[in-house]
Design a protein around this ligand. Structure first.
Ligand code: NAP
Length: 383
């Protein structure tokens, strides 16, 4: 039976994976589950899924009365101990569903030890795409996308025919149709109110600024080796068509389904097989599907992110770190919504370094520089 480790087990993708893994328990067994500080939920999940160990990256969060009794998971505390556990684990697959740059070290450790990565944690690929790809090639690991758009593209590319263009679909987020001046005073609650998807707070804000789609352009570039000029974004408010691939003869394939991460999670687990999943069938006769171009004047973050991707090297890491910092400042009510994109732009303009990183340390140093710089810049924009 295949064994898996789930990173970010207590998050939105992690909860979906929990559902799917319960359904697939005869095919996949859980070696380890990792979260940041939600010990109670992680413990419950560990018991239900018969995990051998559970890991908490935040040592303060461990309620040390539990763990290790017969039939219960062993508790591993702190990032370094978790990395050691991943390195020696017999699991062949690791689901990367942590949020943010925090996913980088566990992902690199898993790749170094030849494990396949089922990747939801796009920030890792954005910040360290060249390194992640090189490590996967060197160790023979596969990177299978879990992000719904990239899973759709992955499924459309199953016959290995080279794409002419990739179209990433995008719901447009909660502020689709608004003008920039309407967005100056939107609240955190409004920005968190996504029309189609229930996700963690950070990615939900990214979908409101459209920076998420910019990160996904970079993610697609690294996952599929497609040049940036061949990756387009199309707004599709219903989130039924998860993305499309156009081939050299003009034929275009799409993958459709309800907006539910269970399918991309299970496709990544089962690939190249397909396993059954109890899902409400898609009824297209009850749906109207519409498509429009993105409003790049209002949602500047999309093109700013694409430009960082095109520059390459360390620029996507700077983009990612500035965005994570700005989103966190917005969520804690320190800056307004439009300041997120302004901070990213300012930090990227300040950055002048054309190196192509070859070590994780270069990326981590740059990440730290960009976070510090974003905090400095944010003083000008405090609300
Ligand atoms: N949600 C979606 O539908 C969706 C779709 C496509 C892609 N993604 C991507 O999947 C990733 C996860 O998204 P999400 O919406 O599931 O996020 P989420 O609900 O916020 O969950 C994040 C998970 O990561 C853990 N975590 C947070 N900070 C951490 C840290 N510093 N170190 C280690 N673990 C940490 C959390 O643990 P605690 O609970 O203990 O804090 C939780 O398990 C993101 O990269 C996102 O872009 C999400």
């Amino acid at each position: 039976m295949t064994q898996i480790i789930v990173l970010g087990a207590t998050g939105s993708v992690g909860e979906t994976a929990f559902r799917v893994l319960q359904h697939d328990k005869d095919r996949i067994s859980v070696d380890g589950l990792v979260a940041h500080h939600n010990f109670d939920r992680l413990w419950e999940m560990g018991i239900t899924l018969h995990a051998r160990w559970i890991g908490l990256t935040d040592p303060q969060a461990w309620k040390n009365q539990k763990g290790g009794e017969s039939g219960t998971p062993r508790v591993v505390v702190g990032l370094d101990a978790i990395l050691e556990e991943i390195a020696k684990s017999p699991a062949e697959k690791v689901l990367g569903a942590m949020t943010g740059f925090a996913g980088l070290r566990p992902t690199l450790t898993a790749l170094r030890h030849g494990k396949d990565i089922l990747l939801a944690n796009k920030e890792t690929l954005v910040a360290a795409g060249d390194l992640v790809r090189k490590m996967a090639t060197d160790s023979g690991s596969r990177i299978i996308p879990v992000d719904s758009e990239h899973s759709a593209i992955f499924q459309c590319l199953a016959l290995n025919q080279p794409p002419r263009r990739i179209f990433l679909t995008c719901s447009g987020g909660p502020f689709r149709g608004r003008r920039k001046e309407d967005l100056a005073f939107v609240s955190v609650e409004e920005a968190l109110n996504h029309p189609n998807w229930r996700m963690g707070a950070k990615i939900t804000i990214d979908t409101a600024t459209l920076v998420n789609k910019g990160l996904e352009i970079i993610e697609a570039h690294y996952l599929f080796g497609v040049p940036y000029e061949q990756i387009e974004v199309v707004i599709h408010p219903q989130s039924i068509v998860h993305s499309l691939v156009e081939f050299v003869d003009g034929a275009t394939m799409a993958q459709l389904g309800w907006p539910d991460m269970a399918v991309p999670v299970q496709v990544a687990l089962s690939w190249p097989e397909r396993w059954s999943l109890p899902q409400k069938p898609l009824d297209l006769t009850t749906q109207t599907l519409s498509f429009e171009p993105p409003d790049i004047e209002t949602f500047e973050g999309l093109e700013i992110a694409r430009e960082a991707g095109v520059k390459g090297g360390l620029y996507p890491a700077v983009l990612n770190a500035a965005n994570e910092t700005a989103v966190s400042l917005f969520l804690s009510h320190h800056i307004g919504f439009l300041s997120i994109t302004r901070i990213i732009k300012d930090v990227l303009e300040e950055f002048q370094d054309n190196r192509v990183p070859t070590t994780p340390e270069e990326i981590m140093d740059t990440d730290q520089w960009a976070r510090n710089h974003a905090l400095e810049v944010a003083h000008h924009y405090q609300s």
